[in-house]
Design a binder for this molecule. Structure first.
Ligand code: NI
Length: 136
């Protein structure tokens, strides 16, 4: 089994809050990420797939194809957008890194399966110090 990871980047705005909480309570729970005026992060997305190497072609998945899938289904919808209000696959979810990782998994998994490999992990870094890994 071979594991292959592709990194992509996106920048996006978000706000962590619950509409049923006051601004004060949101600030207490979510800290700076709850700023009502929004703020952004430069996210990094690592998509790891696993499969056997195609012995004739010498690869697990065509990297150009993998890049295209991630770009089309994840990066274009997210990049330079407001995650709370402008991203269809984030509707009804908290704009947390955890939620983004789960949503990205759900969007990518069927596309990657079509290529004959399995999605193994979606890792997203929100800052240099924090990252989420989701294994489905
Ligand atoms: Ni934030």
């Amino acid at each position: 089994m071979i594991y292959l990871t592709r990194r992509e980047r996106f920048s996006a705005a978000h706000r962590m809050f619950r509409p049923d909480f006051s601004d004060e309570k949101n600030a207490e729970i979510y800290g700076l990420c709850s700023n009502p005026g929004w703020h952004g992060h430069n996210y990094e997305l690592f998509v790891t797939v696993k499969g056997e190497m195609n012995r004739e072609l010498g690869y697990v998945i065509n990297l150009k194809k993998l890049k295209k899938i991630i770009q089309e289904y994840v990066i274009e919808p997210l990049d330079h957008k407001n995650i709370n209000t402008q991203v269809d696959f984030m509707k009804g979810r908290q704009a947390s890194t955890e939620s983004i990782a789960i949503a990205v998994w759900e969007v990518l998994e069927p596309q990657i399966r079509k290529e004959g490999v399995e999605l193994h992990c979606v890792k997203i870094t929100e800052t240099e110090n924090n990252y989420i890994e989701y294994y489905g």
